[in-house]
Design a protein around this ligand. Structure first.
Ligand SMILES: *Cc1c(COP(=O)(O)O)cnc(C)c1O
Length: 485
C-alpha cells in the first residue's frame, strides 16, 4: 500500500549549512573560474540544503507514491499495460548497443542494421504485410506517417482527395493525424453492435475519400467482422484501408491485418510488444504497408546487398524523413527480444490469454456494472457507471475509490460513444489471483455505492494526495515553490 505520510517539499526540509557531501580541506591552491569566464551562478536563492540521508529518503518516498506495472494491476484500457520482462531491459542496456553512435558508418553497425531488418521481417510476418518502416516514434506518429503515404500515393495519381472516414469510436489521435495531413474528417456512426455499419459506409464512400481509418478490434474490444467487405467497399472507390493496430494484442499470432485486405497499419511496440510506457515515452510506432505503398516509405530504408546492410536514401517517391537517425532503436531491441523470446506459439498464446483474461473480468462483472454493447469482446471490455448513477456515483468516483484498494483505475470516459465509460484491459500478464482482487474490489465498490455513496464521492481516502481539482490543476498549475513568509 502507498505510504500515507505527508512528505514535505524538499525546500521545507532544508536548513542552512546542511550538505550531502563534505570534502576535506584543500591541500592544493584553489582554482577559481574553471570555465574560463563563462558566467556561473554561485548562489541560487532558496536552494535546498539537505543531508544525504534526507535527499535519498525524500526522492525514494516520492518514487513510491507513483504507481507502476511492476507494483500492481494496471487495467488502463487501450493502453495495453502489460508487464515488461526485465530481460528486454538487459538486452537494450548492453554496452554494444548503448555506446554505438547513430551516425557510425554502416560497416561498423552491420549488427544493428541486421537486428532492425530482422524486426521488420518479423513484423511483416505477424501482420501479413509486405514492408515496414521502424522510424515513427509512437502510434500517433505512425498514423501521421501512414496518412502521408496515402496522400503521397493519391497525389502521385493526380488527386490527393479530400476526406478520411473515421468511426465515432476511434481514438482521438486518428482524426488529428488525418487533419494534420490535410484531410477533412468525416465521422461514421457505430451501429448498435458497436461496429461499422457496412450500409452507412457504402453510402458515404466515394472518390473524394482518401482512406478509411479503422481500429480492429475497435476501442470497445469488438472485432470488426465485416472487415473484408469494408475493405472491398473502400477499394472499389480507389481508397485505402488504414488500420490502427494499437489493439494487436488481441490478434497477434491468430489472424493478420494483411489477410483482412488492410493496406497500411501502425503497431505500438510499446503496447503489444512490451516496452514500458506512460510518463511520455519513449515509444515506437512502426508502419507496415502493402506493396502498393512501399515506394513512398520514409527514408532511409534498410536494404541488403551481397550480405551487407546499408541505408538507402535514394528513393525518389519517398515522403522523406519522419525521425532522426534510426528511430527509437533501443525500443526496437526490446520488442525484438520479446518477440524472439515468445516465438510464434508464444505470441499466439499472448493474444489468447489477453482475450481470456478480459472475458473473465467481463463475465464476473456483468450485471453489476452496465455493458452498453452486448457484442462479444476480445482483449478489453467497456462498462459504464449507469447502474451506480442511480446512487449519484460516477465513473470518476469509482476510479478514485479503486485507488483506496491499491489498484490503478481503468481508462475513463473513453470511447466517447459510451457515457460514463470504464474501459478495462487486463492484458495476458495478470494472474487469476490478480484478476480476482480487481473483481472483488469492483464488487465491493458497487456495494459501497448503494450503502454509502458519500464514501465514494469523497474518495480516495488512503492515498497520499486526496481528490484533486483537476481543472484547477490544469488551468493554474503551480510550478514554482515560493517561500511563505
Ligand atoms: C494508444 C493508442 C493510439 C496512439 O498511440 P501512441 O503510441 O500513444 O501515440 C492510437 N490508437 C489507439 C486505439 C490507441 O490505443
Amino acid at each position: 500500500m502507498i505510504n500515507v505520510i505527508r512528505e514535505p517539499l524538499i525546500f521545507e526540509i532544508s536548513s542552512p549549512g546542511k550538505t550531502a557531501v563534505k570534502l576535506p580541506e584543500l591541500d592544493v591552491p584553489e582554482k577559481k573560474d574553471l570555465l574560463n569566464g563563462v558566467p556561473v551562478r554561485n548562489d541560487i536563492e532558496g536552494f535546498p540544503e539537505v543531508s544525504e540521508t534526507e535527499i535519498t529518503r525524500h526522492f525514494t518516498r516520492l518514487s513510491q507514491m507513483n504507481y507502476c506495472v511492476d507494483f500492481g494491476f494496471y487495467p488502463l484500457g487501450s493502453c495495453t499495460m502489460k508487464y515488461n520482462p526485465k530481460v528486454n531491459e538487459k538486452v537494450a542496456s548492453m554496452s554494444c548497443f548503448t555506446s554505438s553512435h547513430p551516425l557510425a558508418p554502416e560497416k561498423l553497425v552491420q549488427g544493428n542494421l541486421e537486428l532492425m531488418k530482422t524486426l521488420e521481417k518479423l513484423l511483416c510476418e505477424i501482420t501479413g504485410m509486405d514492408a515496414v518502416t521502424l522510424q515513427p516514434a509512437a502510434g500517433a506518429h505512425g498514423e501521421l506517417t501512414g496518412m502521408m503515404l496515402i496522400r503521397a500515393y493519391h497525389t502521385a495519381h493526380g488527386n490527393p482527395r479530400k476526406y478520411v472516414l473515421i468511426p465515432d469510436s476511434a481514438h482521438g489521435t486518428n482524426p488529428s493525424s488525418a487533419h494534420i495531413c490535410g484531410y477533412t474528417v468525416k465521422e461514421i456512426k457505430s451501429s448498435e453492435k458497436g461496429t461499422i455499419s457496412v450500409e452507412d459506409l457504402a453510402r458515404v464512400m466515394d472518390e473524394e475519400v482518401a482512406a478509411l481509418m479503422v481500429t480492429n478490434p475497435n476501442t470497445l474490444g469488438v472485432f470488426e467482422s465485416d472487415i473484408c467487405q469494408i475493405a472491398d467497399i473502400v477499394h472499389a472507390k480507389g481508397g485505402f484501408l488504414y488500420m490502427d493496430g494499437a489493439n494487436m494484442n488481441a490478434l497477434a499470432g491468430i489472424t493478420r491485418p494483411g489477410d483482412m485486405k488492410v493496406d497500411v497499419l501502425h503497431l505500438n511496440l510499446h503496447k503489444t510488444f512490451s516496452t514500458p510506457h506512460g510518463g511520455g515515452g519513449p515509444g515506437s510506432g512502426p508502419v507496415a504497408v502493402k506493396k502498393i505503398l512501399e515506394p513512398y516509405l520514409p527514408v532511409p530504408v534498410i536494404e541488403e546487398k551481397d550480405g551487407q546492410y546499408y541505408l538507402n536514401y535514394d528513393r525518389p517517391q519517398s515522403i522523406g524523413r519522419v525521425k532522426s537517425f534510426y528511430g527509437q532503436f533501443l525500443v526496437m531491441l526490446k520488442a525484438l527480444a520479446y518477440i524472439l523470446a515468445l516465438g510464434p506459439k508464444g505470441i499466439r498464446e499472448m493474444a489468447e490469454v489477453a482475450v481470456l483474461n478480459s472475458n473473465y473480468i467481463r463475465k464476473s462483472l456483468e450485471g453489476i456494472y452496465h455493458l452498453k454493447y452486448d457484442t462479444p469482446t476480445l482483449h478489453e471490455c467497456v462498462f459504464s457507471d449507469k447502474y451506480q448513477k442511480d446512487y449519484g456515483v460516477s465513473n470518476l468516483d469509482i476510479a478514485k475509490r479503486l485507488l483506496d484498494y491499491g489498484l490503478h483505475p481503468p481508462t475513463m470516459s473513453f470511447p466517447l460513444i459510451v457515457h460514463g465509460a470504464l474501459m478495462i484491459e487486463p492484458t495476458e500478464t495478470e494472474s487469476r489471483r490478480d484478476l480476482d482482487l480487481f473483481i472483488e474490489a469492483m464488487k465491493a465498490i458497487d456495494r459501497e455505492a448503494k450503502e454509502n455513496p458519500e464514501l465514494l464521492k469523497s474518495a480516495p481516502h488512503l492515498t497520499y494526495v486526496r481528490r484533486l481539482d483537476e481543472v484547477q490543476a490544469a488551468r493554474n498549475p503551480i510550478l514554482r515553490w515560493e517561500k511563505k513568509e
